[in-house]
Design a protein around this ligand. Sequence first.
Ligand code: FES
Ligand SMILES: [Fe+2]
Length: 440
Amino acid sequence: MTTAIESVELTRVGAGTAMGELMRQYWIPAAMSSELAPDGAPLRLMLLGEKLIAFRDSAGRVGVMDHRCPHRCASLFLGRNEANGLRCVYHGWKFDVDGNCIDMPSVPGHQDFKHKVKAKTYRAVERAGLVWVYMGSRAQAPALPDIEASLLPDREITVQLGQRACNYLQALEGDIDTSHFGFLHGGHIDAAELAEDNLLRFTVANRTPEYFIADAGWGTTYAAHRPAGKGKTYWRFSNFLFPFWTQTPQGEFPHQVDIRAWVPMDDEHTMFVHLSWRGRKRAIGTVRKDGSPLGGLGFGHDYLPNTTDWFGRWRLRGNQANDWTMDREAQRRGASYSGIDNIHMQDQAVTESMGGITDHGFEHLAPSDHMIARTRRRLLQAARALRDNGTAPPGIDNPEVFYGARGGFFFTAEGADWREAYTEQLRDAVRPAAPKQAAE
Ligand code: FES
Ligand SMILES: [Fe+2]
């Protein structure tokens, strides 16, 4: 049960809120590096409820700053990005990527006070094809998290973004709620139609898996387990990593270098950021044993063209206005459970349909939602410990902890201990990227 106070604390992300301050302790993946060209147009970047501008200067450096010019608050979105700085079009003041005012042409030379003016900037770095922003107040920013997928060379990784019109928490909770898979994504599938080696069989033959759940150094973790015949158990591991990352069980554990972030743009808009190793194995067999396609398992993103609006980036074609592309006839026919063909869009539909921010007072959490409840508690505890005692949240001063987290599925002999099984699997897993912190 999430109280009204907890609900507000969990979902609000602006400056000065409990969760907003927690998130500001972490490096945040905010944009694709490819969204910024040297001397190109500045980008409107909405992050944790703050209106920011990102730009790449002539030398290739990235600047992230409040969109308001520190002179009289005209938007620097209108600025001229030229000769290693962004020049406000109102009175021509110019700022470098660190926010220093480097030209003040509207003021007579003897009255120039540019050395006293600074734009409000945030530190930015690039890794894994993404621009990461630190919005916290430490003089020395913490190290970036040792998230395995983010440590891969750019050529070995795919990065995708996608905007969602709802609070980050309800979007994130879809990833740690494995009990929905057998309904929303696979409710139309009959186990008897599937080939022996199609792993969807276990999910649709048993739609009520049991779980182990625990706190972990990086956040929370669960292991769903089902009998898999012949004395074997089918395990599906999933993680929540502070402050907004998830790892799903949709892939073979030894190769599953994959992570998803639900980055709050504001309280009611979230940017999905997905990093995935090219060497991972696709998890879902999408045909029946007779070779005919199983509907409702489409993947990939159908984007609207990006606009320059604060919420104009990486929007998907399916949205509330078109019922997320739902086809009632396909639903009746059993082509899919929801009538929506694409897996990501199915998740988009249910989480956006809850409203901009879920009314937690209206919920009835079930035993199958234990991971969700535990994750909320872990987030709240960390946010309150920071607010009340200044306690650094998980992974800030020990970024190597994230390297130990992986999601995915595997089999063991019946009766295996879940923690031991995880440790063994991780020890034997393919690890295509080394942790940064240990290496330095
Ligand atoms: S408002 Fe930007 S230079 Fe005057
Ligand atoms: Fe889902």
